[in-house]
Design a protein around this ligand. Structure first.
Ligand code: SF4
Length: 400
């Protein structure tokens, strides 16, 4: 199957979309939403106006191939490039399994540089340190054109350009790190995206649907929603895990985020059987919700003397659930955390109280005096782990 620039663009937006576009039941696609249609029309109008301006601009040698299609278009594009046409509009280039329709091909010192016209900004919003950055969606499209030009021996170098809505030309350079904090190059991004597209289209990689904000505009929205509703693959729902829990306190080790599948704006799920540290520890007794029908018989089958032993045994046997329930649900940002200020058992010496310590007697005395932990103090606190030592804030119980 050929790889096109729009396949790579869509893959950045959603890998499942390119799988459904290739193998899904096309009769089940939703109609294109009026909003998406409006965006297309806005893009077309902007491109038409810009190109009309180029045609009448003095000193612009401009070759418009938009009236041609198929093999004839490819032939005319190759002829134009052989003649070193300065600027080619809507040509077609192909090499191996790659097919490209760049808006522009510009002759520059020894070869061609591809460009696209976009009715959005040429770069994403930046921050104070690094400023704007190339957009991944645009970068993979231009990357494909550069790759084809290289294979044809017609490239002027690994760069491309976007003519954006502000009338600016934004140059995308493929060999340079993307920023001081980001050594990843656009060429690496392109190569990885291309490999992944090939894997998905040859069915070596399976994809999963989700429900994120952008899904509302996707023509597979109804299909993906149905898919998710009929899936029953969650072992439970963790309140203590999220994209913020990047550190495993109990093992004193950073932990990688798994591939999250978004069910909606707030909730996601991930494959715990392929995850590490806290993400690979789906059964625990502090802050998760499970189905009674699965968990009660399982827990009753385990001998235990205290909660630590119970959790240890649940964790040990968790893999028995893997074939049926290989996913764990969670919020995008965790909503609970444990504050390990002491240990209240002697069976398992859990890590606790290294920075902040409250022994049991101290807490018992405070409780007797009517002191309570002021929960509201942690309202905007975002923990970096399921367990994190933080100062307690006490207040007097108004009923004591
Ligand atoms: S609805 Fe969402 S998950 Fe499904 S294909 Fe579209 S973008 Fe991807």
């Amino acid at each position: 199957m050929s790889i096109t620039a729009s396949i790579l663009y869509n893959l950045i937006e959603c890998p499942h979309r390119i799988a459904l576009d290739a193998f899904g039941d096309q009769a089940q696609r939703d109609a294109v939403s009026p909003f998406v249609r409006m965006l297309w029309e806005r893009g077309n109008i902007y491109e038409r106006e810009l190109i009309a301006g180029l045609k009448v601009a003095p000193q612009t040698e401009f070759l418009d191939l938009s009236a041609f299609e198929g093999e004839e278009l490819e032939k005319k594009t190759l002829e134009a490039m052989a003649n070193k046409a300065p600027l080619i509009y809507q040509g077609k280039i192909m090499a191996d399994d790659l097919v490209g329709r760049p808006d522009l091909l510009r002759w520059e010192a020894g070869g061609y540089v591809p460009g696209d016209v976009k009715s959005g900004r040429g770069e994403s919003e930046g921050d104070d340190v690094e400023g704007g950055k190339p957009k991944d969606t645009y970068a993979v499209q231009l990357g494909l054109y550069i790759d084809i030009l290289e294979r044809l021996g017609l490239s002027a170098g690994r760069r491309g350009f976007i003519w954006d809505i502000n009338g600016e030309e934004v140059v995308y350079r493929y060999e340079e790190p993307q920023g001081k904090r980001d050594p990843y190059t656009l060429w690496e991004l392109y190569q990885e995206t291309l490999d992944r597209a090939r894997n998905i289209l040859s069915r070596k990689e399976e994809t999963q649907g989700a429900l994120a904000a952008k899904c509302k505009l996707c023509h597979w929205h109804t299909v993906c929603k149905k898919e998710l509703e009929t899936q029953d693959d969650l072992i439970g729902f963790s309140l203590r895990i999220g994209e913020n829990t990047t550190y495993c306190y109990s093992q004193n080790h950073p932990q990688s985020l798994p591939n999250m599948i978004f069910l909606d704006e707030q909730r996601c799920k991930y494959d715990w059987t392929k995850s590490e540290y806290d993400f690979g520890y789906p059964l625990e007794v502090s802050s998760s919700v499970y189905r009674l029908k699965d968990m009660l018989p399982f827990m009753l089958s385990l001998p235990f003397e205290n909660p630590n032993v119970l959790e240890g045994r649940m964790a040990f046997y968790a893999k028995k659930f893997a074939p049926k329930y290989s996913f764990l649900g969670c919020f995008r940002r965790s909503v609970t955390f444990c504050n390990p200020v002491n240990v209240v058992q002697s069976v398992i010496l859990n890590r606790a109280g290294e920075e902040i310590r409250h022994d049991i007697d101290d807490l018992a005395v405070r409780f007797e005096r009517g002191e309570r932990i002021r929960i509201e103090s942690y309202d905007n606190f975002i923990p970096n782990a399921c367990h994190q030592e933080v100062e307690f804030v006490f207040e007097m119980d108004s009923n004591s």
